[in-house]
Design a protein around this ligand. Structure first.
Ligand SMILES: Cc1cc2nc3c(=O)[nH]c(=O)nc-3n(C[C@H](O)[C@H](O)[C@H](O)COP(=O)(O)O)c2cc1C
Length: 199
């Protein structure tokens, strides 16, 4: 993730197209493709985005906001729950009760996240930088109102994109990468107990 951008270098139109083309090739449950993307490239639109999603006096430090606001492009990926409930009520799926309890996790969020990752990977591939970041929970309603986003569409976050400028790495990186031993479980979650473990 990159959190500071050259404000004088817009993202070329063909790169914007590639970001969105690749996003639309993300995998999706039932091939629903129930995502939608709001693309903010005009300065006034980006300004509005930051105004409605930045709670007064809260949240992110000023260095973060200053760097992120320099990004010439913001792409907001959304998941549409209704599109998935409709798709899975079709004959080949048959969940006609549209019961959300059938879903092990909300695939509309999963798929929008996959699409966001493809935006990130495409940006890096094209020599740009990008950062996926969350919207504050109390910023979602003002965001929807400001940009006319229907209630069924949930922004899963936003991706700032641009040519990178020197930035601060996230303080979270001090945590270090977790090792395979920490997170990979082979065969069973826990190693089988040995006779010694039984006393
Ligand atoms: C769901 C999600 C939410 C995130 N939210 C933020 C955020 O609000 N602000 C931010 O600066 N980075 C955010 N990040 C980026 C993470 O901080 C970053 O991926 C992590 O520190 C690892 O750094 P790397 O992606 O550069 O390897 C988010 C990432 C994910 C996947």
């Amino acid at each position: 993730m990159v959190r500071n951008f050259d404000p004088d270098r817009p993202v070329p139109a063909e790169v914007v197209d590639r970001l969105l083309t690749h996003a639309r090739r993300a995998p999706s449950a039932g091939f629903t493709q129930g995502w939608s993307f709001l693309v903010l490239a005009e300065p006034a639109d980006r300004e509005l985005f930051w105004t409605v999603t930045t709670p007064p006096g809260g949240g992110n430090p000023s260095w973060w906001l200053a760097g992120m606001r320099r990004a010439p492009l913001i792409i907001v990926p959304h998941g549409n729950r209704d599109a998935y409930l409709d798709r899975y009520a079709e004959a080949d799926k048959g969940w006609t009760d549209r019961d959300e309890g059938r879903w092990p996790v909300p695939y509309w969020h999963v798929d929008a996240g996959f699409a966001a990752l493809l935006v990130l990977l495409t940006a890096v591939d094209d020599g740009l930088g990008a950062c996926f970041f969350g919207l504050p929970a109390d910023g979602v309603a003002p965001y929807r109102a400001a940009f006319g986003v229907p209630a069924a569409f949930t922004p899963v976050g936003a991706v700032a994109v641009g040519y990178r400028a020197p930035d601060r790495r996230s303080p979270s990186l001090r945590r270090g990468h977790r090792t395979a031993a920490d997170v990979v479980h082979r065969g069973r979650w826990s190693a089988a107990p040995t006779p010694d473990d039984n006393g």
